[in-house]
Design a protein around this ligand. Structure first.
Ligand code: TEU
Length: 574
C-alpha cells in the first residue's frame, strides 16, 4: 500500500545529510576532522534545513578503510574524539530538531577487533565460527597459488581469502584483508550485533545506515564465480541478497527496533540489489528497513573495464533507471535518492559541467533528484557544488580501493599509468573525500594543520562563506529544495510520471497528488533546449507551463525554452 498524506512516515518529508567526519571539520589541528569540529558547524546544517545527519563511522578503528574497519563498536576512535564528545553532538543536534543516524558496519569487523583476535587464536576457539574460516582447496597446500577456498575477487582487488599461517586456514574478507567477514549463520554473532545496536539506541541515536547489509548472508557451500580479473572470479551471486538475508533483517527488526521504529530511520546500503529485492527490503509490511541505497544509476557510466574505465552517461539510460525504480516502489517500499556519497565521484564533475556551468549544472542536477519520490541524501559539500579533486599524481591518493586497483592493474599489466590516472581522476573515492570548503583561506577553514587529503585549490571560489552571501548560489538552491519538500506534500508523496523518455537533452516528469500537479523540466546540457511536452503537459493559453515554484535561473526566460542547465519546477491545480 502506498503512503497517504495522513499515514506517511516522517522520513518521507525528510532530507538526510551525510557527514564524512575525517573531511568535515578539524578542531584540533591534526589535519583530520573530528566530532568537536562537526559540533562547531551545526549552524550550517540547521540553515540548510536538513532533518537527519548520517555520520560515517567514528568508532575505534585502525583506519585501514577510514573507519569502515571497526575494532570496538562501543567506543569512539581517539582521532575523532571521545564518547562524551559524541553525546554532546547528539544532544546539540536534538536541541536543534535534527536526528543522528550512525553507520552500522556489521558485515565485517577489523582484524584487530577482539572477536577476530580470539577467533584467530586457535581452531578450537569458541569464537572460531564467528568468522568464515576454511581449509585450502581440496588436495592443495596452504599458500599454494589457487589454494584459496573460492576464486572470489575482493571489492578492493585480489582474493577475498587471506591465509592465516599459524592454523593453515583462510578467512573470508569481501573487502580488505583487514576487514574479515562476520559469520551471520552463527546466532551468537547476531545477538552480539543486536545488543550493540540497542546500546546505541539507548544512548540516543536515531537509527542506522547499514553498510553492505545485503551481503551478510552467504551461500554456505561457497561456489566459485565466473572469472573476471586475471585468475579471480565474480562471487557476487553467492553473497548478494543471500539466502537468509531477509530472515536476518526481520530478526534484527524484532530484536532491536520493535516498539521504537516510529522515530527511527533505517537505511540499508545494498550494492547490486535488484528492484525486486529492494521491494522486499523496504515493504513496511515485512518489517525490515525503511529504505535502501540502490546502485543502478551510479553504475550507468561504468565502461567495459568496470568502474575505473568510465564512459559518458546517456540521459535516456538515467531516465530508464530512475523511472523503473520510481514505478517499482510506488505501491510498496520507498526510494532513497542520492548522487554523491563518500564512495562516489562528485556529481557536478561526473554528470554535470564543473567548468563554465558548475553552478548551473549543480543546481539543475539537485533539482532533478530532489523532486523525485523518495528520501534525498545530501553528501557534505554537494550543497556547495564541490567538484572532483582533479589530482594528477598517484601520491595524492589515499583511498585503499584506488591504491589496490593501481597495484593490481600494474601487476596484471591491464592498464598504462596514464590510463590509471585518468580512471582515478574520474572515479576514485578520494574525489568525494577532499576537505569541505568552508572559506577561501589557505586550508579552506577545514584545519589549521596539514589536511590528511589535499584541499581542492578551487576553494578560493567555491566555498560556504561565499555561497552563504550569494542568494543565487548552489547552497541557497539546496535550501530551497529542502524547504519545498517540507512544505509541499506533492513533493514527498505525489505520483511520478516520466515524460520524454527518449530525449537525450531534457529530463522531464510530473508529480501529482489529488488535483495538485508539479512539472519538473531540466535541461541536462550546455545548449538551449526548446521543449515540447505534447500531451504530457500541454502549454497553457499564455503559452507557458504554469506558475513557477522554483527555478535555477534569474528572470523568467522564454516560456518553453530552457537556458543551458536550467531547471524549472512549475505548478498547475485542477
Ligand atoms: O561500500 C560498499 C560498496 O559496495 C562500494 O561502494 C565500495 O565502497 C566500492 O566503491 C566498490 O567499488 C561500503 C562503504 O560505503 C565503503 O566506504 C566501504 O569501503 C565498504 O562498504 C566496506 O565497508
Amino acid at each position: 500500500m502506498a503512503f497517504t498524506v495522513e499515514d506517511a512516515p516522517w522520513w518521507t518529508r525528510a532530507t538526510v545529510y551525510q557527514v564524512y567526519p575525517r573531511s568535515f571539520q578539524d578542531s584540533d589541528g591534526d589535519g583530520v576532522g573530528d566530532l568537536r569540529g562537526i559540533a562547531s558547524r551545526l549552524d550550517h546544517l540547521e540553515a540548510l534545513g536538513v532533518d537527519v545527519v548520517w555520520l560515517s563511522p567514528i568508532y575505534r578503528s585502525p583506519q585501514d578503510d577510514n573507519g569502515y574497519d571497526i575494532s570496538d563498536y562501543q567506543d569512539v576512535d581517539p582521532v575523532f574524539g571521545t564518547l562524551e564528545d559524541l553525546d554532546e553532538l547528539i544532544g546539540a543536534l536534538h536541541a536543534r530538531g535534527m536526528k543522528l543516524v550512525m553507520d552500522l558496519v556489521v558485515n565485517h569487523t577489523s582484524d584487530e577487533h577482539p572477536w577476530f583476535v580470539e577467533s584467530r587464536s586457535s581452531v578450537d576457539s569458541p569464537k572460531r565460527d564467528w568468522y568464515w574460516w576454511r581449509p585450502p582447496r581440496e588436495g592443495m597446500a596452504p599458500g599454494q597459488p589457487g589454494a584459496e577456498p573460492t576464486n572470489w575477487h575482493s571489492f578492493f582487488s585480489g582474493s577475498t581469502w587471506e591465509l592465516d599461517e599459524a592454523s593453515g586456514e583462510y578467512y573470508l574478507h569481501l573487502f580488505s584483508r583487514k576487514q574479515p567477514d562476520l559469520n551471520w549463520e552463527n546466532p551468537e554473532v547476531r545477538q552480539a550485533v543486536y545488543a550493540m545496536m540497542r546500546w546505541w539506541l539507548d544512548r540516543g541515536v536515531d537509527g542506522f545506515r547499514m553498510d553492505v547489509i545485503n551481503l551478510i548472508s552467504k551461500n554456505t557451500s561457497l561456489p566459485d564465480g565466473p572469472v573476471v580479473a586475471g585468475v579471480w572470479g565474480d562471487g557476487s551471486a553467492h553473497y548478494t541478497d543471500g539466502p537468509r538475508v531477509h530472515e536476518f533483517l526481520q530478526e534484527m527488526h524484532r530484536e532491536v527496533f520493535d516498539g521504537r521504529e516510529g522515530a527511527l530511520l533505517t537505511v540499508g546500503e545494498t550494492p547490486g540489489v535488484t528492484l525486486e529485492e529492494a521491494r522486499r527490503y523496504t515493504d513496511p509490511a515485512r518489517r525490515e528497513v525503511d529504505m535502501v541505497f540502490q546502485f543502478e544509476h551510479v553504475g550507468l557510466d561504468h565502461g567495459p573495464g568496470g568502474k575505473f574505465d568510465p564512459r559518458p552517461l546517456r540521459l535516456t539510460d538515467l531516465k530508464a533507471t530512475f523511472g523503473r525504480w520510481q514505478a517499482g516502489l510506488a505501491d510498496a517500499g520507498w526510494n532513497s535518492l542520492y548522487w554523491d556519497n563518500h564512495d562516489q565521484p562528485r556529481v557536478v564533475s561526473r554528470f554535470g559541467d564543473d567548468g563554465r556551468y558548475r553552478r548551473e549544472s549543480a543546481k539543475a542536477l539537485a533539482t532533478l533528484l530532489h523532486l523525485h519520490r523518495g528520501t534525498p541524501y545530501v553528501y557534505q559539500g554537494e550543497e556547495l557544488g564541490m567538484t572532483n579533486a582533479h589530482f594528477t599524481r598517484f601520491d595524492q591518493y589515499r583511498d585503499i580501493e584506488s591504491l589496490n586497483h593501481v597495484a593490481q592493474s600494474r601487476a596484471l599489466g591491464t592498464a598504462t599509468d596514464e590510463q590509471l590516472l585518468a580512471g582515478l581522476a574520474a572515479m576514485s573515492r578520494d574525489n568525494a573525500r577532499t576537505p569541505v570548503q568552508w572559506d577561501g583561506s589557505p586550508q579552506a577553514g577545514f584545519t589549521t594543520g596539514t589536511p590528511w587529503l589535499a584541499v581542492n585549490p578551487n576553494h578560493v571560489e567555491v566555498n560556504a562563506a561565499a555561497e552563504q552571501a550569494d542568494p543565487a548560489s548552489v547552497l541557497h538552491h539546496y535550501r530551497r529544495l529542502i524547504a519545498l519538500r517540507h512544505a509541499d506534500p506533492v513533493v514527498a508523496l505525489g505520483d511520478f510520471t516520466m515524460l520524454l523518455p527518449r530525449d537525450e537533452q531534457v529530463y522531464a516528469f510530473t508529480r501529482t497528488l489529488g488535483d495538485d500537479a508539479l512539472l519538473v523540466v531540466v535541461n541536462v546540457s550546455g545548449e538551449d533546449a526548446r521543449v515540447d511536452l505534447g500531451d504530457g503537459w500541454p502549454a497553457a493559453a499564455d503559452g507557458g507551463w504554469g506558475e513557477l515554484v522554483l527555478g535555477t535561473h534569474d528572470g523568467p526566460g522564454e516560456p518553453t525554452v530552457l537556458r543551458p542547465w536550467e531547471a524549472r519546477v512549475v505548478r498547475r491545480r485542477g
